[in-house]
Design a protein around this ligand. Structure first.
Ligand code: SAM
Ligand code: DTB
Ligand code: SF4
Length: 340
């Protein structure tokens, strides 16, 4: 794709009211010289987050595998042979134990993920109990359970849920290549239900699925034009899992991943931009560039849902090496290792 790097892109005021982003304007950001893009992202980041601390969010898979959907990236789709065996819903005591451990390790947010197309009524009741229990430990709560009705979103809010994660995943134009069992509008509808219930929105996508740069710009434009834009924006780098249709996709240039983070920061200046799946493959130097580009949150803990994440100890060492402080939550125990 050739968009002139000379095109002037007006600096967006980071505190002013939200503005609409055209895909072209976002694509022009992607086309900036790398240093100019990172400089712009740093300006936006420092204006909104002067202390620059990194949020630590821990994930737990509360219902693994056996999903009826056909998301081409996902090891939990029942139709792909990935070695992920379907499991039952995790018992409440196990969720509480995992949340306590996450808090002890320094996490401030705990996200519960289920391999569902959408939760059933009896599922929601059980997740409500999990949310209330995790919330009472003094952690921020997040859940990702698939599509939600308005009533389900309200039930989760009433149980103490702070955030709901539901990703747009990619640009509308590329979406049909990745998922056929539900449409983009279904995702937007769920996000609307989540917002109307008063929940905070965690919504991002995946890059490295074979999409073009203009499609990456299309994803960012969709996210930035949500009104308001999401409070949390997880940017996943595709984890290629053998057995999934996307395994074998040509890997994305790591610097293009850094650019995506920078563009997310500039277009959604007040959001927590989270380095999500795929950090192990990125390595430390690329992650350091991502922090420079405005990432200020990570999934923290040895496991994502079914795939590996960097070890917590290695992440603490990386943050310490970069002089980055983890965010401290209300009532979080000060741990000598992660608060040094
Ligand atoms: N089933 C629910 C749903 O799809 O909304 C919640 C769980 S689903 C695993 C949550 C998100 O994980 C997906 O939307 C996708 O963005 C991300 N994800 C899943 N597999 C991934 C992979 N192999 N690489 C990167 N991100 C992935
Ligand atoms: C998100 O955007 N990424 C997380 C979380 N939200 C639920 C999930 C990543 C999953 C990576 C593949 C796996 O571990 O199964
Ligand atoms: Fe199911 Fe979610 Fe995986 Fe899609 S991403 S297959 S909905 S678990």
């Amino acid at each position: 794709m050739t968009v002139s790097t000379q095109s002037p892109v007006a600096l967006k005021p980071v505190q002013a009211g939200q503005q609409t982003w055209t895909v072209d304007a976002v694509a022009q950001l992607f086309e900036l010289p790398f240093n100019d893009l990172l400089y712009r992202a740093q300006q936006a980041h420092r204006a909104q987050f002067p202390t620059g601390e990194i949020e630590l969010a821990t994930l737990l898979s509360i219902k693994t595998g056996g999903c009826p959907e056909d998301c081409a990236y996902c090891p939990q789709a029942a139709r792909y042979h990935t070695g992920v065996e379907p499991e039952k819903l995790v018992p409440l005591e196990d969720v509480i134990a995992a949340a306590k451990a996450a808090k002890q390790n320094g996490a401030t947010r705990f996200c519960m993920g289920a391999a569902w197309r959408e939760p059933k009524g009896r599922d929601i009741a059980k997740v409500e109990a999990m949310v209330s229990a995790v919330k009472s430990l003094g952690l921020e709560t997040c859940a990702t359970l698939g599509m939600l009705s308005q009533a389900q979103a309200q039930q989760l809010k009433n149980a103490g849920l702070d955030y709901y994660n539901h990703n747009l995943d990619t640009a509308p134009e590329f979406y049909g290549e990745i998922i056929t069992t539900r449409v983009y509008q279904d995702r937007l509808d769920t996000l609307g239900h989540v917002r109307r219930a008063g929940l905070k929105v965690c919504c991002g996508g995946i890059v490295g699925m074979g999409e073009s740069r203009i499609q990456r710009a299309g994803l960012i434009a969709q996210l930035a034009n949500l009104d308001p834009y999401p409070e949390s924006v997880p940017i996943n780098h595709l984890v290629q899992v053998p057995g999934t249709p996307l395994c074998g996709t040509e890997p994305l240039d790591p610097l293009e991943f850094v650019r995506t983070i920078a563009v997310a920061r500039i277009t959604m200046p007040g959001a927590r931009v989270r380095l999500s799946a795929g950090r192990r493959e990125l390595g430390e130097a690329v992650q350091a560039l991502c922090f420079l580009a405005g990432a200020n949150s990570i999934f923290y803990g040895d496991k994502l849902l079914t795939t590996c994440n960097p070890e917590a100890q290695a992440d603490r060492a990386l943050l310490a090496k970069l002089g980055l402080q983890p965010q401290v939550g209300n009532g979080v125990t000060n741990c000598c290792e992660c608060r040094s």
